[in-house]
Design a binder for this molecule. Structure first.
Ligand SMILES: [Cu+2]
Length: 156
């Protein structure tokens, strides 16, 4: 086990060096009778020597995500208020900011797991694969939490 942990931490260290670091990966346990739920994480983008060497022709962006165990469709949403009504709007690319952290949050930008094949339950963990434009895919281990344990940052 100790050896496995060492290997895992080495793998994680290698991924961090790739420029994008995904942390605080969380899936909300869906409300009863609701067949979709939110995925949240923080994405730190560091323009290190390795990233500079790639000479990216346009800003790096996340293009989508997959959690095959739970769903075949994950959408990226922004929350907008139109005429006093809160709506979710799908968008195609989540641009990363150089040497900054993008935080997904409830009531803001989030990923939405559509048409769940299986209901994620608090305490479970799922591996999320994130597609990037230029840098290789990144993974994070999402833990499932109760809705009340991950409240909106701003009052909704
Ligand atoms: Cu949404």
């Amino acid at each position: 086990m100790k050896k496995l942990l060492t290997i895992l931490s080495l793998l994680c260290a290698a991924q961090t060096y790739a420029g994008v670091d995904i942390t605080d990966c969380v899936i909300i346990e869906p409300a009863p009778g609701v067949n979709k739920t939110g995925l949240f994480f923080n994405a730190a983008f560091t323009v290190d020597e390795e990233v500079k060497a790639l000479r990216l022709p346009s800003p790096e962006a996340i293009l989508g995500a997959e959690i095959p165990e739970l769903t075949n469709e994950i959408q990226m949403h922004n929350t907008v208020v139109k005429d006093g009504v809160m709506k979710m709007q799908q968008f195609p690319k989540l641009f990363l900011k150089k040497d900054a952290v993008i935080k997904l949050e409830r009531g803001g930008t989030h990923f939405m797991l559509m048409d769940l094949k299986k209901r994620p339950l608090a305490g479970e963990k799922y591996t999320v694969n994130l597609w990037l434009t230029y840098i290789s895919d990144q993974q994070c281990e999402a833990r499932v939490v109760k809705s009340s344990d991950f409240p909106p940052k701003h009052k909704m």
